[in-house]
Design a protein around this ligand. Structure first.
Ligand code: MIC
Ligand code: SF4
Length: 639
């Protein structure tokens, strides 16, 4: 039978199940990656699994998120991560080496491989034809221990690219166009496979920008074919041997086909506060801008920053704009330094930050009150920048650079001729900031700082849940709402009791104290509950505060798995009207005496004297996980 690229990778990694959309499959994971904001949890969980060494082909632990180091907390985390890596046979990418996805693309991602990462932007690796999937740290720990990844086989959507991007229009505009058409929930349960004649006009970093931001569609992954362009890229980074060709069979099937003519695209922007609130830059007009931030795992490749340098060369940023630039990797940074482009950026007044996530995750560079920030990043959720009332726009490096010069949102086509930047034939390969593990790690002593607290334990499910609705929320609640991003909170990522105090802080600052007082609780949400990050803290903190179930209209994939993995029941309304009738503080009762035999469960609203139906949609395996009180207990029971 003819297959598309996704089916080829999944069938070649299949451990259990049939790769039919909607059915559960288990796939073997070749590579894992973690980053420091989710890594400590993942490795605490790996330790609990009691295996001497990781069983993947390759596992890498990156330090890129919490590099601000306001206090000892994150420095302790990083030392812990370094020790753990040596002990369990994991490559350690030191702080300063770059953003996990950019470095992984340069050094390790390879066509046809499955990569599981404790970060939602792991699909960046789809730029070289790898199947990158984001997951909670616990699922990544299971994969490191040699276990497969269970997932509901997604539908595969084909995006057919034709033509060639016009000058000043770039890969970011392609993915913004896809987001405009499909929305932040349009990719849920799907993998986006790119194809068509236009593919060969895009370099690997450009492809990676597109697959990276597929995360914002809610898609399980996004992937490009592996072709001559992929080969040239792998050759340029000294990894020609990793190349295999990967193309769909000529008559491969897709659940949906979308056509995009690259030659018709224009510079785009995602307006506050959602990545799918997309419009053309020229339609939004010359709004005044206070800050421009260039970087992140979406747009900080060598060619991205070379274009920015070319645009800024010989000019100075507008006096009202603060321009910050964070190169994606040390390799990129080094190349800019060697060829003089860094001097052009400095001359133009850019503030150069280290190679890390930085402002993308609110680690510094918060915009002024009510300020407008134009960023080349992938998320503009309210408050993520560190300033609650800031207005964040997402755009390409070209739009960002033009805007930095003019002080107002600018269509770069107004600047005249576009700079021509080509992919280098060779990138300087320098792995000095990667620490490779010793052959025998058993003697390594793992140092733990006082802020690294043991994982709270989930409780096995009781026969009945009776609890108060602690919060009634709307649509598209992000993981940033649940467990906030930013410099104030990231130092607490290894300390759930302390972090839990801040759960839902931006939505309702009384949440944590009310939850603790109530002793248990239920959350009610709208569509796409839990979109965004893979952070399992967004499940762990509510669990720690006694949340037993979340009833929503629909869930984002990674967060739903995280809830199950920590023993919280994700339920969906059978009838949307039931949502309307629930009020915060209502007492709900969910009867689980019959387990999950029936597809639906009855929920009694004892405050209102009404009842309604919810679906659990749990596979048999997920039911067992919930019964065991989470994936860790479940895995332990089976070892
Ligand atoms: C993000 O972009 O939100 C993060 C920070 O990279 C997260 C992971 C995290 O919360 O640590 C993600 O995308 O998964
Ligand atoms: Fe880091 Fe931002 Fe990418 Fe998340 S989206 S990995 S915070 S650069």
């Amino acid at each position: 039978m003819s297959q598309n690229i996704v089916q080829k990778i999944i069938t070649s990694h299949l451990v259990a199940g049939r790769p039919i959309p909607g059915e559960e499959v288990a796939i073997r994971i070749d590579q894992t990656l973690t980053q420091d904001a989710t890594g400590t949890m993942a490795y605490l969980q790996l330790e609990a699994m009691d295996i001497p060494r990781v069983r993947t082909e390759l596992s890498v632990s990156y330090v890129d998120h919490n590099t601000l180091q306001n206090g000892f907390e994150n420095a302790d985390d990083h030392r812990f991560l370094q020790d753990i890596a040596a002990k369990y046979g994991i490559i350690f990418s030191r702080a300063g080496n770059g953003i996990c996805h950019q470095v992984h693309l340069e050094r390790f991602a390879a066509p046809g491989k499955t990569i599981l990462g404790s970060d939602s932007h792991t699909p960046t690796a789809g730029g070289v034809g790898a199947l990158g999937i984001g997951a909670g740290g616990l699922e990544v720990a299971v994969a490191m221990a040699g276990g497969p990844l269970y997932l509901i086989m997604p539908e595969v959507v084909r995006v057919n690219l034709k033509g060639k991007l016009p000058p000043w229009v770039s890969a970011k505009d392609v993915i913004l166009e896809v987001l405009r058409r499909l929305s932040v929930k349009g990719g849920v349960g799907k993998i986006i496979e790119y194809g068509g004649e236009g593919v060969k006009t895009l370099s690997v970093p450009e492809r990676a920008t597109i697959t990276n931001m597929g995360a914002e569609l809610g898609a399980t992954s996004s992937i490009f074919p592996s072709d001559e362009v992929t080969l040239a890229f792998l050759r340029s980074v000294g990894r020609e041997k990793d190349w295999v060709e990967l193309q769909p069979d000529p008559d491969a099937n897709y659940s949906q086909v979308i056509e995009i003519d690259l030659s018709t695209l224009e510079p785009m922007v995602a307006r506050p506060h959602s990545p799918d609130n997309v419009a053309k830059v020229r339609e939004v007009g010359p709004i005044k801008v206070d800050q421009v931030a260039i970087g992140s795992c979406t747009n900080s490749s060598y060619t991205d920053l070379m274009r920015v340098a070319a645009i800024l060369k010989g000019k100075v940023v507008h006096p009202d704009v603060s321009l910050v630039i964070s190169p994606g990797s040390r390799q990129v940074f080094r190349m800019l330094a060697a060829n003089g482009a860094l001097a052009d950026l400095i001359d133009a007044g850019a503030r150069i930050l280290e190679c890390a996530c930085g402002p993308c995750i609110g680690m510094g560079q918060a915009p002024p009150s009510g300020g407008v920030s134009v960023r080349t990043f992938n998320r503009n959720f309210q408050g993520r920048s560190g300033t609650a009332d800031a207005l964040v726009y997402l755009a390409s490096p070209e739009v960002a650079a033009a805007t930095a010069l003019r002080g107002v949102l600018t269509d770069p086509r107004e600047l005249g001729e576009a700079p021509v930047v080509t992919m280098p034939e060779r990138f300087p390969v320098d792995d000095k900031m990667l620490i490779f593990p010793p052959a025998d790690g058993t003697k390594v002593e793992v140092r733990r700082g006082p802020n690294i607290k043991p994982l709270p334990k989930a409780q096995p499910l009781a026969g009945r849940i009776t609890a108060q609705v602690l919060l009634k929320l709307g649509d598209n609640i992000t993981t940033d709402h649940i467990s906030p991003a930013g410099a104030k909170y990231l130092p607490l990522r290894s300390n759930i009791p302390a972090l839990a105090e801040h759960a839902f802080e931006g939505v309702d600052p009384t949440f944590a104290s009310r939850a603790k007082k109530a002793g248990s609780g239920i959350l009610v949400g709208g569509q796409n509950y839990g979109q965004g990050s893979s952070r399992e803290h967004a499940a762990l903190c509510p669990m720690y505060l006694g949340v037993k179930a979340v009833i929503a209209k629909s869930f984002a994939r990674i967060h739903r798995s995280n809830l199950i993995n920590f023993g919280i029941l994700p339920l969906t309304f059978v009838d949307g009207n039931a949502y309307e009738q629930i009020e915060q503080e209502d007492i709900l009762e969910i009867d689980l005496q019959d387990g999950f035999a029936a597809e639906t469960l009855t929920v009694y609203n004892t405050t209102k004297g009404t009842s309604f139906q919810v679906r659990h949609d749990l596979t048999t395996r997920q039911q067992e996980i919930i019964r065991a009180g989470g994936l860790l207990n479940y895995t332990r029971e089976r070892n």
